[in-house]
Design a protein around this ligand. Structure first.
Ligand code: BDP
Length: 684
């Protein structure tokens, strides 16, 4: 066991009673002779069940004896991606029946059935009817042509661009993993896009990859460089209103579709962080998006246009996307979608939901989440993000009265739009275990499961992944599920005082509150970023009532977002009754202590989990613990130095930045101890 099979391991069912039941009811698969997702589903069922049940489960073309598992399709009101799992009779024989609304639905149904077997659920009263809530459920890879991965922490690109068109087993495992959690598309290259991805030789190289993905119901998408007409076409402009530019894109996109006829479409990052875009030509983001949308429309393609725009200016950052895109509502083509990050900043560990959700009633909108843990500990800290994502999905914008959640808006239901969904910036790389931290694959899995149904419970998703990945031993399941579910709150505790963000160095990993003081604005009196209408940058006014009031008024503002929205004195009392400064101390010490306990809980699993995966993860927890202590000391020390308010509850030592003195906070008193390097540790 090395993690390379992710959650698709299919070991022999250990529960004897269930094994007998499954063996009785799942003797062979009945499926038509076809390729595409239906054929993939039949193959997956046969191989997986053969392995899970420890006996041959062949594919047959028709019912022929007891115990058939029938895979079929039938048009359904619930749509082509829906499915049911039921017991019934087929040609007079009792059968387990998977019925997909179309091929993709049958594939998702097959993976659902396998999940039940993997997690030891009886098929006795089988009665499942499922359909996805989001039309687009995409992976976004920030992979570069040279194989490097922007914000990738698990090695190089999974796609092996240099070796294409040659494919490997990893490509299949990748496609199966995505399909198994219901994802239906993937953008394979970085949003900071290299135009060469749409050069003729690259299109040729991508064809077999597109075909492989197609077999698993996954559409390929490409990130575009807006200046491609200049870079590839030798034009002197990329102005969306220029006739030559329009022509170039029409011809190019036709060429792309000739190579990959079922390409899903395109993703564009424009006029953001140095990327080219329409603004430099005096045009709008809608003009830019519509240029690509029009060229893609005859081929059934779409364009996802990112709303992530900012000027690296902390004061304006939260407002820029809203101010740029709100006036463009209704100006985007029908096959264009605005892709909005979950929050207004940039994948911080906690942000309020982006105010653009619910602000664009006449525009297709989708949400972008980050599965790769750029700001949440990368592949060193365990930080299970499903609870974070659920908070955003569940956020009530009140845009059309109460109950207008982000989940509802991006699914298209609120404004009756056909296009919508979610994109997740992926955490997969060419490391053997795909994610470097074995437990980080739970984020990959959880992202997909929530994309399918944001209403699923975090506990159920975590437990399902744990059972599939490590087995059904009760103690293991309880420990690992517990580790996952608590980890985001713990990460928040030791890194993020009440919604403050960007307390890091340029690596987006190392704690460094002195690097970006504009974000936390800690001075001698208080801390926090005033984003109110009354006295701050006006951000709270972007929300619908009553959300805007709740955020604007200090007394109503939720504690967890307090310092994201307000600047308050250190002595300000939280709803918990604690002062802000004491909360900063307590949460950082408690959070770091919890990481120590997490490490110990993992250690107790020694011998219960296969050696390599256990040891790899134990090593991660050791580093995680060191990092959590570093965070604790850095943030608590920084806030003490700024506020000079003593920690009421505990004694600790803060070494001054020069390293030649230590401030010892002992028994509620402050003592300054001068150190020489030689006796520094003695003083501790
Ligand atoms: C930030 C990343 C940067 C990305 C950018 C984006 O630091 O590498 O290019 O977002 O989303 O999170 O475009």
């Amino acid at each position: 066991e090395d993690g390379s099979r992710l959650w698709l391991r299919y070991p022999l069912v250990a529960d004897r009673r269930l094994l007998d039941e499954y063996r009785r009811d799942l003797r062979y698969v009945v499926a038509p002779d076809t390729d595409g997702p239906l054929g993939s589903a039949a193959g997956e069922l046969s191989r997986a069940l053969t392995s899970l049940l420890g006996r041959d489960v062949p594919i047959r073309r028709k019912v022929d004896g007891a115990g058939p598992l029938v895979l079929r399709t039938a048009a359904s009101d619930a749509g082509p991606e829906s499915y049911t799992l039921r017991r019934g009779r087929v040609d007079g024989t009792a059968a387990v029946i998977i019925t997909g609304g179309a091929d993709r639905g049958a594939l998702y149904g097959a993976f659902h059935l396998l999940r039940l077997v993997q997690t030891h659920v009886t098929l006795d009263r089988l009665d499942v009817a499922e359909r996805p809530r989001n039309p687009l459920r995409l992976a976004n890879h920030w992979d570069n042509l040279d194989g490097s991965v922007e914000r990738g922490y698990a090695g190089r690109s999974v796609f092996g661009f240099a070796e294409l068109p040659e494919l490997t087993e990893r490509h299949s495992t990748y496609a199966r993993a995505l399909a198994s959690v219901g994802l239906n598309g993937t953008v394979i290259n970085n949003v900071n896009a290299n135009a060469q991805f749409i050069a003729p030789e690259m299109l040729f190289k991508l064809q077999p990859l597109a075909a492989l993905l197609r077999g698993w119901g996954i559409s390929l998408y490409l990130s575009l460089n807006f200046a491609s007409p200049m870079i590839l076409g030798g034009l002197t402009t990329a102005d969306p209103f220029d006739a030559g530019v329009k022509d170039w894109w029409r011809t190019k996109i036709t060429e792309i579709y000739r190579a990959i006829p079922d390409l899903g479409g395109f993703l564009v990052k424009a006029d953001s962080e140095g990327q080219p875009g329409p603004i430099s030509y005096g045009r709008t983001h809608a003009d830019g998006a519509n240029l690509i949308a029009e060229a893609a429309a005859p081929h059934g393609g779409i364009v996802m246009w990112r709303a992530f725009v900012h000027d690296f200016n902390a004061l304006e950052w939260s407002n820029k996307a809203y101010e740029t895109f709100k006036p463009l509502d209704g100006k985007f083509a029908d096959n264009a979608i605005v892709q909005i990050k979950n929050g207004p900043i940039d994948f911080q560990v906690r942000e309020p939901a982006h105010p653009l959700f619910g602000a664009l009633p006449n525009t297709n909108a989708m949400m972008e989440l980050q599965v790769t843990q750029e700001y949440t500990g990368q592949s060193t800290h365990l930080c299970y993000l499903v609870p974070q994502w659920q908070e955003v999905y569940g956020f009530d914008t009140h845009a059309e009265g109460s109950g207008t959640t982000v989940a509802k808006i991006i699914s298209g239901r609120t404004y009756g739009r056909e296009l919508g969904g979610v994109a997740g910036v992926m955490n997969l790389g060419d490391d053997t275990d795909w994610t470097r931290h074995q437990l980080a694959a739970a984020n990959t899995h959880g992202y997909g499961r929530l994309a399918w149904n944001p209403g699923l419970k975090a506990r159920d998703i975590a437990e399902e992944w744990t059972r599939q990945t490590f087995g059904n031993d009760q103690r293991e399941v309880a420990v690992i599920t517990g580790l996952l579910l608590g980890s985001w709150q713990t990460y928040l505790d030791y890194t993020n005082p009440l919604g403050v963000s960007f307390l890091i160095k340029g690596d987006h990993f190392t704690p460094s509150p002195q690097t970006n003081t504009g974000w936390h604005q800690a001075d001698a009196e208080g801390t926090g970023f005033d984003r109110t209408v009354a006295t701050g940058n006006g951000f709270t006014g972007f929300y619908h009532r009553p959300v805007s009031d709740r955020f604007e008024n200090l007394s109503d503002c939720p504690d967890e977002l307090l310092l994201f929205l307000h600047h308050v004195p250190y002595g300000h009392r939280l709803k918990s009754g604690k002062t802000v400064i004491q909360h900063v101390y307590d949460s950082h010490f408690d959070g770091a202590a919890e990481v120590g306990r997490m490490r110990d809980r993992w250690r107790e699993l020694r011998g219960r989990i296969d050696a390599k995966r256990w040891a790899d993860t134990a090593e991660r927890f050791d580093r995680h613990r060191e990092q959590a202590i570093l965070w604790r000391d850095t943030i608590a020390g920084y806030y003490f130095a700024a506020s000079r308010v003593l920690d009421e509850r505990r004694s600790w030592v803060q070494v001054t930045p020069t390293g030649n003195a230590a401030i010892c906070l002992i028994g509620g008193r402050e003592n300054l101890v001068r150190l020489s390097l030689a006796n520094a540790s003695a003083a501790e």
